[in-house]
Each structure stands twice: as structure tokens, then as C-alpha cells.
Design a protein around this ligand. Structure first.
Ligand code: HEC
Ligand code: HEC
Length: 166
């Protein structure tokens, strides 16, 4: 069983090099994105139109992807237990631990996801993420800055972006 799966996975990249290969895969520079998808989308408390909790949103919500809105920052906030945490807040700042200038504040939706298409200085400049619980009583911050707003690329599995215990 495992061996068959492995062979399929190994064969996959070869299949893409086939001259007869039809459409470019999403994420590829040749992927043609429908301009009608370039809408502004920003998450808000109580919203429930997002999906794919925990996944890398920018796999699809990007310049060469098929999803509405080119996200500049997006991901999923979790509670200390590891479950998605609704209606919190994500800030991107010029310094760690909620200090420095506020560059963006993105409300977490009711599924625990946050996303924005607003222009950000990433990746040219790096920003410090700080996350807050809905009442602001709990927070957690990244001690060093990130030049990528695709939070779930690094924060995957048990390393999801999390709030500390109450
Ligand atoms: C595998 C590709 C893919 C991934 C990964 C993905 N999305 Fe999407 N998303 C789509 C597509 C395609 C649509 C439009 C069709 C639909 O609504 O299902 C969409 C729709 C949405 C919408 C609704 C937009 C609207 O105007 O109604 C939101 C919000 C959204 N995604 C947020 C996210 C967030 C946040 C993440 C990551 C946690 C994410 N998506 C991950 C492909 C993806
Ligand atoms: C390039 C990888 C990477 C990206 C992208 C990234 N982070 Fe992090 N983040 C880390 C690492 C590594 C740590 C652990 C730092 C430590 O504990 O010393 C961390 C720690 C954190 C922490 C504190 C620990 C925790 O999980 O609560 C928060 C909060 C956080 N990141 C939020 C975010 C947010 C929000 C984004 C997206 C805007 C983001 N990060 C993007 C790598 C990344």
C-alpha cells in the first residue's frame, strides 16, 4: 500500500514535464488568473465565509492562483488547546510584543481564520506579528519579524499560531 503511494508520488513530477501537459498548475508563473478574482477581502469578527482552516491560504489566494483576493497576510489562530479560536485579533507591527508602529490589524473570523488583501510592505520589509484573544487579555507574539504573511506555511500542525492559556 505505502509503496504504491510512494511510486505515484514519485511519478507525479514526471507527468508534469510531459509535452502534452494541458494547463499550467496553480502557483506556476504561467497560471492565468481571472482579473475578476482581484477583489478586496478582509476578515472580520463574526464572518464565516472562509474555509480550509490550518491550510496555507496563499497556495490559492495569490497572483498565480484560482481563488478570490490576493492575500497579503492570512492564516489561522488557535486557542491554547490547539482548536481554532474565533474572533481574536492579529496585529502586524514594527516591533515585537505589541510595540512599535501598528502596520495592520486584522480581525479573526468566527472560524479562527484571518486574511487581508490590503497592501503591506512585505516581503521588502519584515513585520512582527502579535495575536490577541477577543477580550485582549491574552496575547502571544513572534519574537523576530517575518517577511512572509503566509502564516500557516510555517505555523502548521501542532505549531499553529496560538494563544497562551488563560
Ligand atoms: C486549495 C485552494 C485554496 C486554499 C488553500 C484556500 N482557499 Fe479560500 N477559496 C478558494 C477558492 C477557489 C474560493 C472561491 C470558491 C469558493 O468559495 O469555494 C475560495 C474562497 C474563499 C473565501 C470567500 C471569498 C468570497 O468572496 O466569498 C474566503 C474568505 C477564503 N477563501 C479564505 C481562505 C483562507 C483564510 C484560507 C486559509 C486558511 C483559504 N481560503 C485557503 C481556494 C482556496
Ligand atoms: C518563516 C516562518 C514563519 C512565518 C511565515 C510566520 N512565523 Fe510566526 N513563528 C515562527 C517561528 C519559528 C516561531 C517561534 C519563535 C520562537 O518561539 O522562538 C514563531 C512564533 C510565532 C508566535 C509566538 C508563538 C505562537 O505560536 O504563539 C506567534 C503568535 C506567531 N509566530 C504569529 C505569526 C503570524 C500571525 C504570522 C503571519 C503574519 C507568522 N507568525 C508567520 C515562524 C514563522
Amino acid at each position: 500500500m505505502h509503496r504504491a503511494l510512494l511510486i505515484l508520488l514519485l511519478a507525479a513530477p514526471l507527468a508534469c514535464d510531459d509535452p502534452g501537459d494541458p494547463a499550467p498548475f496553480m502557483g506556476d508563473d504561467d497560471f492565468v488568473r481571472d482579473p475578476a478574482l482581484d477583489v478586496e477581502l478582509v476578515s472580520a469578527h463574526g464572518d464565516a465565509i472562509s474555509h480550509a482552516t490550518g491550510d496555507n491560504c496563499m497556495r490559492c489566494h495569490q497572483e498565480n492562483g484560482p481563488a478570490p483576493g490576493k492575500f497579503t497576510a492570512a492564516g489561522t489562530l488557535h486557542d491554547a488547546s490547539g482548536a481554532p479560536y474565533a474572533d481574536g485579533l492579529v496585529e502586524l507591527r514594527s516591533a515585537p510584543d505589541g510595540l512599535g508602529d501598528l502596520v495592520a490589524a486584522v480581525e479573526v473570523d468566527s472560524l479562527g481564520n484571518f486574511y487581508t488583501t490590503e497592501p503591506l510592505p512585505l516581503p521588502a520589509s519584515s513585520l512582527f506579528p502579535t495575536v490577541y484573544s477577543g477580550d485582549g487579555a491574552r496575547k502571544s507574539f513572534m519574537p523576530f519579524p517575518t517577511s512572509s504573511g503566509a502564516c500557516n506555511v510555517c505555523h502548521a500542525g501542532s505549531f499553529g499560531v496560538r494563544l497562551p492559556e488563560a
